[in-house]
Design a protein around this ligand. Structure first.
Ligand code: GLA
Length: 781
């Protein structure tokens, strides 16, 4: 709900189910931020006066805004937006150069609008769509011939408020140097900021820093939202836990360079800004031009990190994901990449698909290597015609063969890129971003197409249309495998080169919009060397993104846990791959690889033809189990439990009648006999059955300990050892309890763990990288 309150001053109160956000217009015309936290109620602006900082004199060595307003010291106020020039020396919301060369701005309140069907942004994706309704407030601020619109959208059921800004120039040309999307000034210090940093194959490492004073920045200059620093971050009380404490969450609906800063100033106030990265950004606005910044998302919860995550998950599911696949269960896929890399032909692809089908896989995805002369990563990006030797009958013939197996076909593309070794580059060398007459720095031997040029966007859109309609394609993996360098568009004049990185993203969004509208049935999965572009902008078009090129179950547990703070698990592509793992060479049990990958948009990525009988049987059983529980795994509410050496997760169906949990241990220790699984999110008053599915124990796990039981000596890893392992069937421990949700959530004490002194079927073997799943069903279903 949005209320305009009158009284001595004009004030605005924005309310969601559990939070409230309040601001008031000062006598000097500045929108002053009053409050963001747990829900409050007020009927008049005078009531909100209690939340206003009282000022009777100006602090020493500070600048007073004006003679008429001798107590207005902008540096020491919480503001809805700020700029340089009249005393606020903190991180600004907007920076620009006026026609006379001055940089001072002074935007003051002019008017407001409250409505439920605001205009849709033309070029950028947003939470609000044409067919929807959103509670919307716009504050119009003026500085001479400039108008600044501050937009607020309120999503009560998600406890989310989003913000964006638009600048309109009615005067001579100005240079816009930054326009943030959100500014939140909190009147206190002492917060911590948690960001998610990383690199290729190790995305979403959670890093928490206290904010003692000065500025901490979370930013990308990669051209993409980046694996270096995901745009999602949190600001929270130092003692916040999963279940208690003040936590603010922020994100940006944008896929390019971003910038977020938290600054604690000299007066102990904390300012958060988030928006497009100002470095390298410079937009010229001629008379009549407008610039809009992407939409930023914020949420608050008094219920700790879990409360924050639940708000973000609800918001992403209901206001970001869209199209046919948004709320739909995703198929179980097998991707050819880690099975075959570039070494693919129709014959071996069909054989791989056939083997996968026999185990229950529903969708077969042909990854890189199918087009042009693509035998390695050095050539052919841009030449989107099937290689006639690898696919003699083209995409159509392959697709028919896959379809006749009863499977769907998906393909891999990397539309935004070009190799110098390609026919496209021979024809259009100026289509690649590069500084004329200067050597270009490449990444993965490739260059970035200049998507700030509409002609190139149109060309690639048509090429992709031809590829996607050449056969019955039901899934597309849209990859993007390098970061930007030598950012320069031959299409734009020299004075507009500061616009290239942003115009690229607008071109990309146009391409994604057109193709997703043309192919509404296709399930698109975003990818950028894994998670180098995992953001809400991409998720507005593609309902899932490949979480990481790292498929090692242990690394993945941490990576997927990282994503879970800001994104629901259905968005995160996660696959079971071979062991030892191709990125880490770590050997992990198939059970653990499945137990982690199952908590996401699930699939396999390994050569199933090379698996032994026992592995194939396990995989078949996994797929069967996953199919039964798929809805809960993919669309249930995700809860984190303990994190660290032990990862503990639970997903719970919306009706809270079914849930699945997992514990995965990184490293074991000696004589650790007791372990607990604590489910979360159950109905405390409902009775549930919690059980495990007991697997079989491979006696090889005991190594030479087998000799303590065997009548004859068995040499470890000998043929005899393998034969015994095949013949001797030992069951694993079995957990089975009937109890109220409140009892189970208090923590189920699991079977005693192996600790070197004895073993029987009631002992839980839990070595390094072991894991267990627990299934929970309400007894009234
Ligand atoms: C990137 C992707 C991988 C795979 C390769 C193909 O690295 O993240 O999953 O598709 O490209 O070249």
């Amino acid at each position: 709900m949005i209320q305009k309150l009158s009284g001595g001053r004009e004030a605005f109160l924005l309310r969601t189910d559990n939070t409230a956000y309040a601001l008031m217009i000062t006598a000097s015309g500045h929108p002053e931020h009053l409050y963001y936290g747990s829900v409050i109620d007020a009927e008049s602006a005078d009531e909100l006066d209690a939340l206003r900082e009282k000022r009777a004199f100006e602090p020493g060595n500070a600048v007073v805004y004006s003679e008429q307003h001798p107590t207005v010291v902008l540096e020491d106020m919480c503001l809805e937006m700020s700029s340089f020039g009249h005393g606020d020396i903190r991180e600004p919301f907007i920076e620009l150069i006026k026609p006379d060369g001055s940089r001072s701005c002074d935007f003051t309140y002019d008017s407001c609008l409250i409505d439920e069907q605001p205009p849709v942004m033309k070029d950028l994706p947003s939470s609000y769509r044409e067919d929807g309704k959103a509670e919307h407030l716009c504050l119009y601020l003026k500085d001479g011939e400039l108008t600044l619109e501050l937009h607020y959208y309120v999503y009560p059921e998600c406890d989310v408020i989003t913000r964006r800004a638009r600048l309109i120039n009615s005067g001579d040309t100005i240079e816009l140097l930054r326009l943030m999307s959100l500014q939140l000034d909190l009147p206190a210090d002492g917060y911590c900021m948690t960001v998610f940093r990383g690199a290729w194959a190790r995305e979403m490492n959670k890093v928490t820093v206290p904010l003692p004073g000065g500025k901490f920045v979370n930013e990308s200059r990669a051209g993409t939202s980046s694996n270096r620093a995901n745009p999602f971050f949190m600001l929270h009380a130092a003692d916040a836990t999963e279940c208690f404490g003040d936590v603010y969450g922020f994100n940006l609906i944008y896929s390019g360079n971003h910038y977020s800063a938290a600054e604690v100033n000299a007066y102990g106030k904390t300012r958060v800004v988030t928006g497009i990265q100002p470095q390298g950004f410079r937009f010229l606005l001629d008379r009549g031009d407008a610039f809009e910044s992407p939409e930023a998302v914020m949420t608050y919860s008094a219920l700790g990190f879990t409360g924050q995550s639940m708000n973000m998950h609800r918001f992403v599911k209901s206001h970001i994901l869209r199209g046919e696949w948004a709320q739909k269960e995703r198929p179980i896929l097998l991707n050819s990449w880690e099975a075959s890399y570039f070494n693919i032909t129709e014959k071996n692809l069909v054989a791989l698909a056939k083997a996968a089908k026999e185990l229950g896989v529903e969708l077969f995805v042909m990854d890189d290597g199918w087009f042009g002369d693509r035998h390695d990563d050095q050539r052919s990006l841009g030449d989107w015609e099937p290689n006639p030797k690898k696919l003699p009958g083209g995409l159509k013939s392959l697709c028919e063969k896959i379809n006749s197996l009863g499977m769907d076909l998906g393909i891999w593309v990397e539309p935004e890129m070009i190799n110098v070794q390609s026919k496209l580059y021979e024809l259009h060398p100026d289509w690649a971003m590069a500084v004329p007459e200067q050597p270009h720095s490449e990444g993965r031997h490739q260059r970035v197409l200049d998507l700030s040029n509409p002609q190139i966007v149109d060309y690639i859109t048509e090429k992709m249309t031809a590829v996607f309609s050449a056969a019955n394609i039901s899934y597309v993996k849209w990859d993007m495998n390098r970061i930007f360098s030598d950012v320069y568009s031959p299409y734009l004049p020299p004075e507009r080169q500061g616009e290239v990185a942003h115009r690229y993203i607008l071109g990309l969004y146009r391409m994604m919009r057109t193709l997703t509208q043309r192919f509404p049935h296709i399930l698109f999965e975003g990818c950028a060397s894994g998670g180098n572009r995992f953001d809400l902008g991409v998720l507005c078009f593609f309902p899932q993104i490949w979480g990481s090129d790292d498929t090692d179950a242990v690394c993945r547990a941490a990576i997927q846990e990282g994503y879970s703070y800001g994104y629901p698990q259905i968005c995160v592509g996660s696959h079971v791959s071979a062991s030892p793992n191709h990125q880490t060479l770590r050997a992990t049990p198939l059970e653990s690889r499945f137990n982690i990958a199952a908590f996401g948009a699930f699939g396999y990525e390994l050569n199933v033809r090379d698996m032994n009988k026992r592995e194939k049987e396990s995989m078949k059983a996994q797929i069967l189990l996953y199919s039964v529980w798929r809805e809960v795994f993919q669309l249930g509410q995700f809860y984190r439990g303990r994190t660290g050496n032990l990862h503990e997760w639970t997903v719970v169906s919306p009706e809270r009648d079914r849930a699945v949990g997992v514990i995965l241990q990184e490293l074991t220790g000696p004589n650790i006999q007791y372990e607990t699984y604590r489910p979360r999110g159950l109905d405390p008053d409902r009775t549930y059955r919690l059980y495990s599915v007991s697997g079989s124990v491979n006696v090889k796990l005991f190594g030479s300990l087998i000799n303590t039981m065997a009548p004859i000596h068995v040499r470890q890893d000998s043929l005899l050892h393998s034969i015994i392992a095949r013949v001797v069937k030992m069951g694993g421990e079995h957990e089975d309890y009937n109890a109220k949700g409140s009892v189970l959530m208090a923590g189920v004490k699991l079977s005693q763990g192996f600790s070197g002194t004895g073993f029987n079927e009631n002992v839980r073997l839990f070595p390094d990288f072991a894991s267990r799943m627990y299934f929970i069903v309400a007894d009234d279903v």
